[in-house]
Design a protein around this ligand. Structure first.
Ligand code: XUL
Ligand code: CO
Length: 445
C-alpha cells in the first residue's frame, strides 16, 4: 500500500554538528552536540529531543482565516487516505533521521486517518503502527510518548471524559485503551493526556462538579489499565488553561496537583508542561516547572513559545535563551527529566512554505535549548544563585525554625518567645537586583 519513497528532502543529508566558527554553513548545529558532556551526562541524554508528528507532518499551514499554504502531497484532497498516511510516515522518518532527533511523539489520528467505524479506524491504526515499528527498528528513533486525539472529531465537541453523554466517555476510553497499548508496544517512554475539550464553553449548560468527577474516573481507569498491561512508561497530564475551551479543568500545574490529590492519583501521574500553555495561564514557564518540581510532578516538556503581543497559543519554536536557561536551571536542579524530554510542540508560520523551513525551525530550537543547557550548567557549577538561597533559608535548619517544622511549637509558645523579646526579626535584603545581575553576567557570556 505504501507510496514510496523518493526522498522529500533530497538536498539534505544528516544535519552536521558544526565546529566552532563554521559560519558559512546554513543547516548545521552550532550549539547542539549530542556527545558533549554537560554535568557528567551527554547533551542528547539531558535534552531527549522529540519531533512532534501533528504539527511537523500534519499541519497544512491553515489558520482561521485561510486554507493550508504548505505543499505536502500527503494532504491532497483526493487520493487514498492510507496511501497518503504511509507517505507521510516515510517523510516523517526521513526528516527525523536527517535531523538526528532521538525521539518522536504522536496522536493516534496523526498517523492513521479516522474511518467510518471504530473498528476500521483501529485496523488502520494497527497497520500504521506496524509500519512505524519497522521504521523505528531500522532508524533507532524511539517514541517519547503516544497519545489519543480526543478533541478533533465532532463527537468530542462537548468534551471526551467530561462529556454530558456517557457514551462519549466510553468511546474515548476505547480510543485511549488502544493508544496506550500501541504506545506500550512501541516501547514509548510516556503516555500523555491533554484535556483539549475537558472544560466548558459556558457555565449556563455545565455541571462542573459532575464533569470533574468524570475526569477523575477517566484518569483512574487509564492508570488501572496501564498496570494491567504492564506498561512501565510514565503517565502525564498536560495542563492548558483554555483554547479551544473557554476554561480547561487541568488549567495549570497547581490545579492538576489539587485534582490528583482529590482523586487519589498522586504517584500515578506527572505533568507534561508546555511553554505556551504556561504563559496563557498567566505564569512563566519557569514557574510551572519549579511548581511541578517542588511537588515531585515534573514529567516532560512541550517546547514552544507564544507571542506576547497576541496572547494566543501560537506554538512557535522556542528561541529565547534567557527563558530556556531559567527552565533548564530548574530542570537540572530537580535532577533532570527522567523519562521525559523536550518535544517540539511547535509549528511553522503560515508563510514558511519551503519544506526546508522545517529544518531551520528545529535546528534553531535545538540550538537554543543546547545553549540554554550550557548556561544553566554554569549557574549550577559556579553557584550563581543557590548559595544565596540556601543562606536565606538557613534559619529553618536550626533553633526555632527547626522546632516549628518538627511540630514542637504552638501559637502559645511562639507568642511567649516574641512577647519576652527573645524573637525580634529585622528585614534582610532579598537581593533581587544583585541576583539578576549575576544571572545576566552568565547569559551574556
Ligand atoms: C495542544 C497541545 C497538544 C498536546 C497533545 O495545545 O499541546 O498537541 O500536546 O495532545
Ligand atoms: Co502540547
Amino acid at each position: 500500500m505504501s507510496v514510496t519513497a523518493d526522498p522529500f528532502f533530497p538536498e539534505i543529508e544528516r544535519i552536521p554538528v558544526l565546529a566552532n566558527g563554521a559560519t558559512s554553513v546554513d543547516l548545521g548545529f552550532r550549539a547542539y552536540d549530542p556527545d558533549r558532556e554537560v554535568l557528567g551526562k551527554r547533551m542528547e541524554e539531558h535534552l531527549r529531543f522529540a519531533v512532534c508528528y501533528w504539527h511537523t507532518f500534519c499541519f497544512p499551514g491553515a489558520d482561521v482565516f485561510g486554507e493550508g499554504t504548505f505543499d505536502r502531497p500527503w494532504h491532497a484532497s483526493e487520493g487514498d487516505p492510507m496511501a497518503m498516511a504511509h507517505q507521510k510516515l516515510d517523510v516523517a522518518f526521513e526528516f527525523i533521521s536527517k535531523l538526528g532527533a532521538p525521539f518522536f511523539c504522536f496522536h493516534d489520528r496523526d498517523i492513521a486517518p479516522e474511518a467510518d467505524t471504530y473498528r476500521e479506524s483501529a485496523a488502520r491504526l494497527d497497520e500504521m503502527v506496524d509500519t512505524a515499528a519497522g521504521k523505528m527498528e531500522e532508524t533507532g528513533i524511539r517514541l517519547l510518548w503516544g497519545t489519543a486525539n480526543l478533541f478533533g472529531h465532532p463527537r468530542y465537541a462537548a468534551g471526551a471524559a467530561t462529556n454530558p453523554d456517557p457514551e462519549v466517555f466510553a468511546y474515548a476510553a476505547a480510543q485511549v485503551r488502544h493508544a496506550l497499548e500501541l504506545t506500550h508496544r512501541l516501547a514509548g517512554e510516556n503516555y500523555v493526556l491533554w484535556g483539549g475539550r475537558e472544560g466548558y464553553e459556558t457555565l449556563l449548560n455545565t455541571d462542573l462538579r459532575r464533569e470533574s468527577e468524570q475526569l477523575g474516573r477517566f484518569l483512574a481507569l487509564v492508570a488501572e489499565h496501564k498496570h494491567k498491561i504492564g506498561f512501565e512508561g510514565q503517565l502525564l497530564v498536560e495542563p492548558k488553561p483554555f483554547e479551544p475551551t473557554k476554561h480547561q479543568y487541568d488549567s495549570d500545574v497547581a490545579a492538576i496537583y489539587a485534582f490528583l490529590q482529590k482523586f487519589d492519583l498522586v504517584g500515578e501521574y506527572k505533568i507534561n508542561i508546555e511553554v505556551n500553555h504556561a504563559t496563557l495561564a498567566g505564569k512563566s514557564f519557569q514557574h510551572e516547572i519549579a511548581t511541578a518540581a517542588a511537588h515531585g510532578l515534573l514529567g516532560s516538556i512541550d517546547a514552544n513559545r507564544g507571542d506576547p503581543q497576541n496572547g494566543w497559543d501560537t506554538d512557535q519554536f522556542p528561541n529565547s535563551v534567557e527563558e530556556m536557561t531559567l527552565a533548564l536551571y530548574e530542570i537540572l536542579r530537580a535532577g533532570g527529566l527522567g523519562s521525559g524530554g523536550f518535544n517540539f510542540d511547535a509549528r511553522l508560520r503560515r508563510q514558511s512554505v519551503d519544506p526546508l523551513d522545517l529544518f531551520h525551525a528545529h535546528i534553531g530550537a535545538m540550538d537554543t535549548l543546547s545553549e540554554s543547557l550550557l548556561k544553566a550548567a554554569i549557574l549550577i557549577e559556579e553557584d550563581t544563585l543557590q548559595g544565596f538561597v540556601d543562606e536565606r533559608y538557613a534559619g529553618w535548619k536550626t533553633g526555632v525554625g527547626c522546632e516549628i517544622l518538627e511540630g514542637n511549637e504552638s501559637l502559645e509558645s511562639l507568642h511567649a518567645l516574641v512577647n519576652a523579646g527573645a524573637i525580634d526579626p529585622r528585614p534582610r535584603s532579598g537581593r533581587q537586583e544583585w541576583l539578576e545581575n549575576r544571572l545576566n553576567a552568565v547569559l551574556r557570556r
